[in-house]
Design a protein around this ligand. Structure first.
Ligand code: AMP
Length: 115
């Protein structure tokens, strides 16, 4: 495990198991082990970047790709038109794994403002 590696890097390399729901050359999506909603999936870029605020113009393509795929996965997984995407950026915002990921949450109503 290199310095900037995380548990998500190990999932991408199939070193540890995950319930994978989607994969392509740019990203991987798998179920969260501690789901906060009936549907809770994480979508991660295969090329690691720690967090959204570290992204550069060169990440534009993969970021757009992940957003489009997140909507597709939400539909496939049965969220209907009601789902929430979350990116926690930084420890104080709740980020615990420093490999960028989008949470796809669905299957229940969501309040606003978020906690
Ligand atoms: P965050 O707090 O935004 O960094 O989100 C990290 C998420 O990763 C949490 O919702 C965890 O439940 C989830 N998580 C941690 N380890 C695993 C794992 N091995 N497989 C799937 N999800 C995980």
């Amino acid at each position: 495990m290199s310095d900037n590696d995380t548990i998500f890097g190990r999932i991408i390399r199939r070193e540890i198991p995950a319930d994978i729901v989607y994969e392509d050359e740019l990203c991987l999506a798998f179920r969260d082990v501690n789901p906060q909603a009936p549907i809770h999936i994480l979508i991660v870029p295969k090329q690691p970047v720690a967090k959204l605020s570290d992204c550069l113009p060169e990440h534009r393509g993969v970021l757009g790709h992940m957003l489009l795929k997140a909507a597709e996965i939400a539909r496939q997984e049965g969220c209907g038109e009601a789902f929430r995407l979350v990116i926690n950026n930084g420890e104080e915002a709740g980020q615990s794994v420093f490999h960028l990921h989008i949470h796809i949450l669905g299957g229940r109503p969501f309040g606003w403002p978020p906690g």
